[in-house]
Design a protein around this ligand. Structure first.
Ligand code: ZN
Length: 443
């Protein structure tokens, strides 16, 4: 298939570009607020055209939530009794519990232990811990380092600031022929972690760049938000527009590891987004995993809440929490690969292309058309024979005006994009036409 060949040809470059963007963003101290989010958006804007940054002041109500105080950090460390510093924030921002309050005090080891987090089952990894909604402080370090601590007085130093500020998010909109929108959401709130977090926004930015230059039947909206509070805040300001325009949405998370793809269904698994994702994944990765909404974990939660009900599903490779590196320093730039990122980009691009191509068709003849006088049999011979002819006949058998390409794809076992190619040939041969909008629809 031509489109797969094209994707393979381009995959090396796009993978390197997405990986390069993730490398650039990796060291930044991201959280749900703060300058790290702004810096991240500034860099994403280099790739994602037209990315507008919005700021929502602390204290703003967002449905049942309130935009929290803004958190920024200058420095943080623990000083051992011998004066040596450990858990230095400036060396690895995972060392500091997210949203830690400022402190500068001495304490004995037994007291210090109350503020430490480590992973006995992954002794060399530093865990990722946050405390957004309860004011406290803490440090994360490897279990090996923690085990090496000796009795004595430790200095705990955190130069952080928790004050009224703003929550920043980014949004890019690309109008198409129709006001109906395809929506993408990625989160930008985790500090130095590659798969969860950077794979999502870095792929989304590249998809946006591609969409910006592509002919568009639909409009496209990309948002880059802090997870949970960011998507809630965004929706509290845009819900009516989203509900009236979005026909399919995707939350992008954990798309950089080499594992198989996973799809997390919308609440009732019955939206156009679900149908498009499953239809494309079936041929793209035969071993993809399908999860119900009960297995949700990222912002698909917020977008599917009762009353919100956006038609959105989640896309990941190995699902968040299912890989041992999840929320640890082992989720680093060695865990994600340019190839895996390129494959995820290709998947999303094919989902977009399939949505753009998706239509209902009906045959113009009554009873089976005769193909050979129209020159379709010889041309099919060069495309791979009787098997191709059978695909064309199967396709036409379901072009009764009621089925869209995803449904025909499901019935006859051919990718929707291939059916779109066949449809073009049949329209040229005056055997097929797009079904009128008022035809009975079966989805
Ligand atoms: Zn996470």
């Amino acid at each position: 298939m031509q489109f797969l060949q094209t994707l393979q040809d381009e995959s090396n470059d796009i993978g390197a570009s997405i990986y390069g963007l993730a490398s650039e963003l990796f060291p930044i101290n991201r959280s749900i607020t703060g300058d790290g989010v702004r810096e991240t958006l500034k860099i994403l804007k280099i790739v994602c055209p037209g990315l507008a940054v919005h700021e929502v002041p602390s204290g703003t109500k967002a449905f049942d939530w309130t935009v929290p105080k803004e958190w920024n950090v200058r420095e943080a460390f623990i000083e051992r009794p011998d004066g040596r510093r450990i858990a230095e924030f400036l060396k690895n921002n995972l060392h500091l519990v997210g949203y830690s309050t400022p402190v500068d005090c001495l304490m004995p080891l037994a007291e210090l232990q109350k503020y430490l987090h480590s992973l006995p089952h992954m002794p060399s990894a530093v865990p990722y811990v946050t405390s957004y909604y309860e004011e406290r402080f803490g440090f994360c370090l490897s279990h090996e380092e923690r085990a090496s601590l000796t009795e004595g007085e430790y200095r705990v130093y955190i130069d952080s600031e928790l004050k009224d500020g703003a929550l920043a998010y980014g949004e890019a909109v690309f109008p198409g022929e129709s006001d109906e929108e395809i929506f993408f959401s990625a989160y930008i709130c985790h500090p130095s972690m590659a798969n969860d977090n950077l794979s999502g926004p870095c792929i989304a930015a590249h998809v946006a760049a591609w969409v910006a230059d592509a002919p568009r039947r639909y409009s496209y909206r990309f948002v880059f938000v802090p997870e949970t509070i960011g998507s809630i805040t965004y929706m509290s300001r845009n819900l009516d527009a989203l509900k009236s325009r979005v026909i399919a949405g995707f939350n992008l998370s954990c798309l950089g590891d080499p594992g198989h793809f996973s799809y997390i269904a919308s609440r009732y698994a019955n939206t156009l987004a679900d149908r498009a994702a499953k239809s494309v994944l079936k041929f793209f990765d035969a071993n993809f995993k399908s999860f119900s909404f009960l297995c949700r974990g990222s912002d698909e939660r917020q977008y599917n809440a009762p009353g919100v009900d956006l038609p959105l599903c989640g896309l990941t490779r190995t699902r968040f929490g299912d890989f041992p590196q999840y929320h640890t320093s082992a989720d680093d730039m060695n865990f994600i690969t340019p190839d895996a990122l390129a494959g995820s980009f290709a998947l999303i691009r094919e989902i977009v292309e399939s949505l753009e191509a998706n239509r209902r068709y009906r045959v113009k003849t009554l009873c089976e058309p005769q193909l050979s006088p129209r020159g379709l049999y010889p041309s099919m011979g060069t495309r791979g024979s009787a098997w191709e002819a059978r695909s064309i006949m199967n396709f036409m058998a379901y072009c009764d005006g009621a089925n869209d390409l995803f449904r025909v794809s499901e019935i006859i076992g051919e990718p929707a994009l291939k059916l779109a190619d066949i449809a073009k040939i049949l329209i040229d041969a005056e055997l097929l036409e797009e079904a009128p909008a008022n035809d009975e629809v079966i989805l």
